[in-house]
Design a protein around this ligand. Structure first.
Ligand code: SF4
Length: 442
């Protein structure tokens, strides 16, 4: 496919490692990501070889792109042995050339696998940031997830990161089974005291096949308590000098002496790129920030931008590991499905990302889409305004009060009409097939 490249393309480059330690309940009780049970290092080695081969297939498509940030997620990437982290940064360097020092390179993992040796190997391989999925600090509450992690391991890992001069993000979940507001504030307080400068504090997502959703619902805090948790956590983190970058991202610009002092340790470039993927100045979109995801279930958004007329699409790699391997053996990109965006879809994708930061830049929208946001979605903005969930001035729409908490639902509201239209389309296809069948048998 010919890709229009009049606007420079900067890539968020993602590598996915699918393996996780099995838990009871499965998938840590809450996780909805596609993963595979870890069965040992030989499976990991096979997978790494295929990941390297997939990158070779991608090379011609990325030849003119610039690496803006790199992120290794999963799954549980710190299941890798110390000697293998360099293979991940080598994949990025093969595609993009030598990586400048200031490019953010993040790797995710779970606390109990961040041993000192491994953390040092991660640093030596060129990573400058880690994202640790802690979720709960309490040894009692973490048990609901079946994870075998301890509070001590969380604290030790933070010390290893600090000694290795790695910037760090810690993920915590609120709305966890049996969690109280006091539990939540204690966890946040411990991270603040440790000098952690980026905290992702997000609400438990109760959905689908997860054990928390199906079997532990009665243990979850009520909606009222969860709203209280959101409000209390915001007040607490603000009082400690943190800035709210999104509904769930908290950044501390000032470092504590001797703790996480590396430049930009508060910043999260990968997330920032996602939120600002059509980066505009006063006149035009100056850079398109793409998402290129390799590996099992990797997701890509190789957007151009609307004025160039596209194509703009999203795609997801195969979620069947054998099929992923077979596709690469056949010399084909291991893509499971693609969705081609029309202009309305691109607007919705941009709005979805903007809303994450609780503001929508009216000028940026006008520059990117040649349209007036408030006019395009007038009935929704009227309703949000009536409820005092937004403030509007000449430059931006800002979500306030309960409007912040309900952003995920407001995002669904914006896409509701388009989703129904597409579902109608699917129904029409099914109806159409029925008609063809009837005609054929008549
Ligand atoms: S370790 Fe992380 S990716 Fe794996 S199942 Fe648990 S939450 Fe999901």
């Amino acid at each position: 496919m010919e890709i229009a490249k009049a606007t420079p393309l900067a890539d968020n480059f993602y590598l996915g490692l699918p393996f996780c330690i099995p838990t009871v309940p499965s998938h840590c009780g809450f996780c909805l990501f596609p993963t595979q049970d870890y069965k040992g290092n030989s499976g990991m080695q096979t997978y790494l070889e295929y990941l390297e081969r997939e990158a070779e297939l991608y090379a011609p498509f990325l030849a003119n792109d610039r690496l803006s940030s790199m992120y290794v997620g999963g799954g549980t990437p710190n299941l890798l042995k110390a000697e293998d982290y360099g293979r991940l940064t080598a994949i990025a360097e093969k595609l993009y050339g030598k990586i400048p020092d200031d490019v953010e390179r993040t790797i995710e993992g779970i606390p109990q696998l961040f041993s000192k040796d491994k953390v040092d190997a991660i640093r030596a391989a060129g990573f400058n940031r880690v994202s640790m999925g802690v979720q709960q600090m309490s040894d009692k509450l973490i048990k609901y997830s079946g994870r075998r992690q301890t509070h001590r391991q969380v604290m030790d890992a933070l010390d290893h990161f600090n000694a290795a001069k790695l910037a760090v993000n810690v993920d915590l979940i609120y709305g966890w089974p049996e969690q109280t507001v006091a539990d939540m504030l204690r966890d946040l307080g411990e991270l603040v005291d440790q000098g952690v400068r980026h905290i992702t504090h997000y609400q438990l997502n109760i959905a689908g096949r997860s054990d928390f959703s199906k079997a532990q619902r009665e243990l979850l805090p009520s909606l009222e308590t969860t709203i209280d948790m959101y409000k209390e956590s915001c007040a607490f983190l603000r009082s400690k000098g943190y800035r709210q970058a999104t509904v769930y991202d908290w950044e501390k610009v000032e470092s504590m002496p001797g703790r996480f002092e590396s430049p930009n340790a508060d910043r999260y470039q990968y997330e920032q790129n996602l939120r600002d993927f059509l980066h505009a100045d006063d006149q035009s979109v100056t850079e398109t920030r793409n998402m290129i995801g390799l590996g099992y279930a990797g997701v890509s958004f190789p957007f151009t931008w609307p004025v160039q007329g596209g194509p703009n699409w999203s795609q997801m790699n195969l979620r069947n590991l054998d099929a992923y391997f077979q596709s690469i053996d056949a010399g084909k990109l291991p893509v499971e499905k693609q969705f081609l965006y029309n202009k309305e879809d691109l607007k919705l994708a941009w709005l979805f990302q903007s809303m994450q930061s609780m503001t929508i830049d009216l000028h940026n929208y006008a520059v990117a889409f040649g349209a007036d946001l408030l006019h395009d979605y007038a009935p929704i903005f009227d309703e949000l305004h009536k409820r005092s969930w937004i403030e509007i001035d000449a430059k931006q729409v800002r979500f306030i009060g309960l409007g912040e908490f309900f952003i995920p639902m407001i995002q669904a509201l914006f896409s509701y009409a388009r989703l129904n239209e597409m579902r109608g389309g699917l129904k029409q296809i099914v109806e159409g097939k029925k008609i063809i069948n009837i005609l054929e048998t008549a």
